[in-house]
Write a protein that binds this ligand. Sequence first.
Ligand SMILES: [Zn+2]
Length: 285
Amino acid sequence: MATNWLGKIRCAVMLTFDVDGVSSRLHSNPNFAKFPSLMSMLEFGPSVATPRILELLDSYDIKGSFFIPGYIVETHEELVQKIVSHGHELGHHGYMHEPPSTMDKQQEEDVLDQGIEILKQITGHAPKGYRSPSFELSEHSLSLLASRDFLYDSSLMGDDSPYTLDAGSKQLVEIPVHWSLDDGAYWNFIPAENHRFPPMSPEFVYNAWSEAFLEIYERGGAFCGYRRSWYRSGRRHGPTESRSYHRHYEQHGSNFQNRPQNHRYGYPFCPAAAFLPALQTQSPK
Ligand SMILES: [Zn+2]
């Protein structure tokens, strides 16, 4: 039985993308700049895969959320302008993909403010959403986000539907993630880092995501998919994204239409920030 916590919306689907490019590996080991093959695989994300993903989202008229480190925004400004002009949400994802758990409080504040300023220059306003690099918040993160008027975080795994968190004197919405909905868990094959697990087949991954979606759909709730475009999701030999949208849209599209006519978006796939008004008035917890 659906919990119906979003009013007449039975199931919300948020498609979220982290456009990390070279930032995460250069942050963890600046020596990786001397590994051209690794750098090319990472650069494939913003240069090739993300434009493809934008095309795919456009073809279904789906709006998503893109979390992008400040360094990648600075070095791929045209791409980021395109993401915004196509109606997608831009979220904070550090400057050089620094996990907050690895920084002291002052460093974390500096990185937070730096990223906010960079995103502001593109969109004209401060970001509403934050996703911590590597899903690793620090003990200070939630209160720092609240103090800078973020409305939601998307880094924790405390439920499989959005929930609220106390963050000092304010509350934040948590839009939860899980490694099983992360393409990195299936395709993280990086010899330079000694990650040599055999990549899973697109069919295996499709089935895992499909089962997760169907369970949430049946019970009512929100499905938050999470992709990093430099993995297989954006490559021609990993067409999981395209097939997922097509199959589920065909099978469930008519049910998704039971939404209030005045809902801000005409489709069930929405940027994460689109759900905040509903979440703030009717938390599932
Ligand atoms: Zn990331």
